[in-house]
Design a protein around this ligand. Structure first.
Ligand SMILES: [Zn+2]
Length: 355
């Protein structure tokens, strides 16, 4: 129970204190410990402080104050230029154009939800800035120099493609109930996305479980982590010294695995101690909480499906939909239940009219 209690405290901390959105994307080192917290601005279908923001023209939000972590300073950027760096950082550039467009709209929705000039709370790790480039906190972003070194002779091809994805979706955002949504996304859901309620204990009507076919082509759709029985026991005991577990008949100590409908482990009991799926994910650095155990000789093999928290848009699923002829709007409406895609100006007019 102690670990569930810790989990609850962590979840409360993450939800109330850390204003981050978690997007487990393509950076392998991306942290899985800070799973999420809310963008309060766009919760409950309200842009909370909009009335006082008095947005008059698009000039008010077309400049975004980005705290660039590796330069340790704030840089004013044109919003659409900033988004090119976000899409480049968050999605492989060889993905289909419509998937890149869907990513651009999700990134724009997140950025605007944070912008202080339209009532956002900004980045609380770097007060005064709208967003930071820390992928564990706000959104990943890379500079043009990084794109050049990452893409080599494909730089022009990839950069043009991403600029097109951003330009072709200029000003478009994802809206539910006249407010910007919390556009969670992840790399690979494992075949079905998660309800936000199962992962963050937050019931968001547009973050519901939906099928996500076609992800199997992703290299990391299925991964395994293998540890010796001794190592397995040690790691469990490092977290739960009172766990009654030994290397003999090890799997017999693992009981009561409870899963969501989409397959992610909510909780399990090991050696008499309750763990959350996230506890085990962190202990063994798993790509997701959709895991199962088997033995190979004296080793424990942890079989993992998917990559990321599974909530919202699956990037590989988006790419599969794009390959199947769907456009970015189809993709976004599939992964975010009941949303509309609209121009930010039109959303602000709606809010102005209601204010
Ligand atoms: Zn931040």
């Amino acid at each position: 129970m102690k670990y569930i209690a810790y989990g609850v405290i962590l979840i409360i901390f993450a939800t109330l204190v850390l204003p981050t959105i978690i997007v487990i994307g393509f950076i392998p080192v991306r942290s899985s410990t800070v799973q999420h917290s809310s963008v309060k601005l766009i919760k409950d279908g309200k842009m909370a402080d909009f009335k006082t923001a008095e947005v008059k023209t698009s000039n008010d939000y077309n400049t975004i104050n980005v705290f660039v972590v590796d330069q340790n300073k704030e840089v004013k950027m044109n919003l659409e230029d900033y988004l090119v760096g976000v899409v480049a950082a968050e999605m492989p550039a060889d993905f289909e154009m419509e998937a890149l467009k869907a990513q651009a709209v999700a990134a724009r929705t997140y950025a605007l939800s944070k912008e202080i000039s339209v009532g956002g709370k900004g980045c609380d790790l770097h007060p005064g800035s709208d967003v930071c480039t820390d992928y564990k906190h706000c959104q990943a972003w890379i500079s043009d120099d990084v794109m050049r070194s990452r893409w080599g002779d494909k730089y022009n091809l990839y950069r043009d493609k991403i600029v097109k994805a951003v330009n072709d979706t200029k000003d478009l955002v994802i809206v539910y109930n006249d407010a910007l949504i919390e556009p969670a996304y992840h790399a690979i859901s494992g075949g079905e996305t998660e309800d936000a309620k199962n992962v963050w204990q937050e019931n968001l009507p547009y973050l519901k479980s939906v099928p996500s076919p076609g992800e199997e082509v992703a290299q990391k759709f299925k991964t395994t982590v293998t540890v010796s029985s001794d190592e397995f026991v040690n790691r469990i005991k490092s977290r739960a010294p009172k766990a009654k577990i030994s290397t003999k008949n090890l799997l017999g100590y693992i009981k009561n695995i409870k899963r969501t409908e989409a397959g992610h482990v909510l909780s399990l009991n090991i050696g008499g101690i309750d763990f959350t799926g996230t506890d085990i994910q962190d202990l063994f650095q798993l790509n997701s909480t959709n895991f199962s155990f088997s033995m190979r000789g004296n080793n424990v093999v942890i079989n993992v499906i998917g990559y990321g928290h599974g909530v919202g848009m699956s990037q590989y699923g988006a790419n599969a939909m794009a390959k199947g002829g769907k456009n970015f709007e189809d993709i976004l409406k599939h992964y975010y239940t009941g949303v509309e895609i609209m121009r930010i100006d039109d959303l602000l007019k709606i809010k102005s009219a209601k204010a």
